[in-house]
Design a protein around this ligand. Structure first.
Ligand SMILES: Cc1cc2nc3c(=O)[nH]c(=O)nc-3n(C[C@H](O)[C@H](O)[C@H](O)COP(=O)(O)OP(=O)(O)OC[C@H]3O[C@@H](n4cnc5c(N)ncnc54)[C@H](O)[C@@H]3O)c2cc1C
Length: 368
């Protein structure tokens, strides 16, 4: 491959497909590489809100996403046995949430990216090197079907997730950092009786949180977030521990007894928090490659989708000659931080202990 692309994007899920699609729609030539073959699942629950929906709207997949799962229009909150359901009234454009399994959501995104003229998607393509000219990143090397390839581009984008190869290679500075505070594990059930709304359910028990979210495929996602020092219990007995946690949530236990689990229990206790400076000479990072927070607040898809839109718009400004690389990427960095810093702080603060947050929520409503 001798041609020079406008952008090479590594990673073809939320951040990568949105960036690629928007850039190609502006007329830029994009090489999109992912080591996975789609449809492909990934370790993630998948609750998202208006910011992700707005990004999907920009990408042109909103109707398809909205059609696959119930619109969750009620917050069904339970704090240590006190129940207070509330309708979701904001924001005006999307007053509801969605929960779509990643195997389904990412497939919608990948199919759309693949269909856009200007996006050249390679699946099963593992990036294993960056091309450099001095301090500048000018291309990538990858392996596909046992053969090695390399190609040059005007920009190299790491949308390659929390274990980003691009980030490892370029060594970005870190602006904010938080240690691992919590673990999360999850599984799907069929036959869970839904609360009216339908509702997104949050069951708090001290510093433990169980989520019950109706999702696509007629399934219900259940997830548990616990302090990290309790992750050992899960590793010793994933199925038993998930059941014990769910049974301990008094407003859910009866309904759980009538439902059946589908598929394995999966989890992780290795998600820290970080905000990296998301660009340098010839490269930029987006999505989890640039910023990660504990998944208890279910923010990753909203954040990755929104940042991808910011990046695509600013990359377009650079590629079309309207702005210099430094100007466009500084603006991307600024927009990313303006959108995300408060959420990052809140997620880290209450990730250490959920109880100050739930106590305030009860006080605000006169429930304690
Ligand atoms: C347990 C858990 C629960 C979560 N729950 C939620 C939730 O409820 N709601 C929410 O919004 N977020 C949640 N998140 C966060 C969410 O999963 C991420 O924020 C989101 O996936 C980020 O998307 P991304 O496109 O940046 O990266 P990813 O989805 O990680 O995609 C990265 C892609 O890069 C590819 N890749 C990596 N390295 C290479 C390479 N060298 N060559 C080629 N390809 C490569 C991978 O194959 C992958 O397809 C959760 C995360 C975890 C771990």
């Amino acid at each position: 491959m001798n041609e020079i692309h406008d952008a090479i994007i590594i990673g073809a899920r939320v951040a990568g497909t949105i960036t690629a699609t928007l850039l190609a729609r502006h007329g830029h030539r994009v090489l999109l590489l992912d080591r996975a073959h789609f449809p492909s699942d990934t370790l993630s629950t998948h609750f998202f809100r208006a910011p992700a929906l707005r990004a999907f709207q920009r990408m042109g997949v909103l109707d398809e996403v909205l059609a696959v799962a119930p619109h969750l229009a009620t917050d069904y909150n339970v704090v240590d046995g006190i129940i207070f359901p509330e309708p979701v009234t904001e924001p005006e454009d999307f007053p509801f949430y969605l929960c779509v399994r990643r195997i389904a959501l990412d497939d919608i995104l990948v199919r759309r990216a693949r269909s856009v003229p200007g996006v050249d998607l390679h699946e099963g393509a593992k990036v294993d090197g960056l091309l450099r000219e001095g301090e500048q990143i000018v291309g990538v090397k990858w392996i596909e079907n046992g053969s090695s390839y390399e190609v040059r581009a005007r920009s190299v984008i790491g949308a390659d997730g929390i274990h980003s190869f691009v980030a490892r290679e370029v060594g970005p500075q870190v602006e904010r950092e938080e240690p691992v505070n919590r673990a999360m594990y999850y599984a799907y059930f069929r036959g869970v009786e839904q609360k009216d709304g339908p509702a997104a359910e949050y069951h708090y028990r001290g510093n433990h949180l169980a989520y019950v979210f109706p999702c696509d495929g007629g399934l219900t996602l259940t997830a548990i977030s616990v302090p990290i020092d309790e992750f050992g219990n899960f590793k010793r007995d994933p199925e038993g521990q998930l059941l014990r946690e769910l049974q301990a949530m008094s407003a859910f236990a009866d309904r759980l007894a009538k439902a059946g689990r589908e598929g394995p229990v999966r989890g992780t206790g290795s998600i820290p928090g970080y905000m990296r400076i998301p660009f340098g000479g010839g490269w930029a990072l987006v999505g989890d490659a640039a910023m990660v927070m504990d998944p208890w607040s279910g923010q990753g898809i909203d954040q990755a989708g929104t940042h991808a839109v910011f990046l695509a718009d600013e990359l377009h400004a650079f590629l079309s000659g309207e702005k210099s690389w430094e100007q466009s990427m500084s603006r991307y960095h600024q927009l990313r931080n303006e959108f995300s810093e408060r959420t990052f702080t809140r997620t880290c603060t209450f990730g250490r202990d959920l109880r100050p947050m739930t106590r305030k929520a009860l006080e605000r409503r006169g429930l304690v």
